[in-house]
Design a protein around this ligand. Sequence first.
Ligand SMILES: NC(=O)c1ccc[n+]([C@@H]2O[C@H](COP(=O)([O-])OP(=O)(O)OC[C@H]3O[C@@H](n4cnc5c(N)ncnc54)[C@H](O)[C@@H]3O)[C@@H](O)[C@H]2O)c1
Length: 341
Amino acid sequence: MKKIAVIGTGRWGPNHVRNFNALKDCQVVAAADLNAEALARMQANFPGLQGYGDYREILRRRDVDAVVVATPTSTHASIVREALEAGKHVLCEKPLTANSADAWDLVKLAEQAGLHLMVGHVFLFNPGIDYLIQAAREEAIGPLYYVNAIRTNLGPFRSDVNAAWDLASHDIYIFNAILGRRPIAVSAVGASYLRQPVEDLVFLTLQYDNGTVAHAHASWLDPRKVRQITMVGEKKMITWDEFGTPAPVMVFDRFVVREPIYNTFGEFQLLTREGDVMIPRIPPKEPLAAQAAVFAARLRGEDTDLTRGSARQGAEVVDILSAVSRSLQHHGAMEKIEYGR
Ligand SMILES: NC(=O)c1ccc[n+]([C@@H]2O[C@H](COP(=O)([O-])OP(=O)(O)OC[C@H]3O[C@@H](n4cnc5c(N)ncnc54)[C@H](O)[C@@H]3O)[C@@H](O)[C@H]2O)c1
């Protein structure tokens, strides 16, 4: 039985407790939060959980194998570093850290210590997103022209990171998984309407070296909760809508052909071709449960694909977000993305 502790019992931490406790070989034995009320709420919901105001007391417990870090992003670097130094495996919420230097320090620390450091890029475990990732590898869709993501809601508002770090961090990870590569440059514009200097609204455009463009609209100042991705290929177009009915994914047999114009040389017209719309059957599955199961398998030494949610990929997302922040400061100037490794 692997003993797990959760640090941070705010909005998201309890979901980790529920999902790890549902695994037959894991038990969440402790939780920590600076906020006594949040901690008490968690303990009321999960009796038997030992509560701590100071997470360092958990790190001193020799029976705890791994910790989940679900505190605000600005606190991840120091908590994860201390956890690794205490010999604990870590599942850290996204984004891994609030700056690149910290992210790559943690990658090295975990690798040197031989400990698992996984980043909670949970959409990797969303069955609809998995469909997009697999479809992008199939010839049937053709080369991808562009990918567009919309991730909006009214709140929750954060003060330590902007809407891009909070929301588009998911989409950046998804884009890289779909395209099987990382972007080379980014341009971003945004605005801080509610609280300076944190942007509530960000539009960012990523350039990939194969010519694909990926765009993300991230906002916590929007009347509607939207989680959507559109993937446009040369031969097919696929949409994902987390709340879509009757199903999240739709595959459109729509594309454009070039036809030579009669009696002219080298000129052509663009003609649209419209076929069927296919709705694949995608069995629902809680992504956080799948993520917890993979982390648990990793603790048992049974996960063969250690790239999923790897600390290196998490650090690359931080590198990309750092370039987003630089571009925001320079009013949308195209920024080259510098990768720590
Ligand atoms: N994967 C997802 O879909 C998803 C969804 C929501 C949040 N998150 C991530 O989870 C993390 C937490 O988000 P949230 O919405 O739960 O935030 P939250 O503000 O609701 O909760 C964070 C909790 O951490 C506690 N905390 C802060 N500093 C601490 C410290 N030093 N020691 C112990 N506790 C401390 C706070 O008191 C608070 O209760 C963020 O990194 C966020 O990006 C991920």
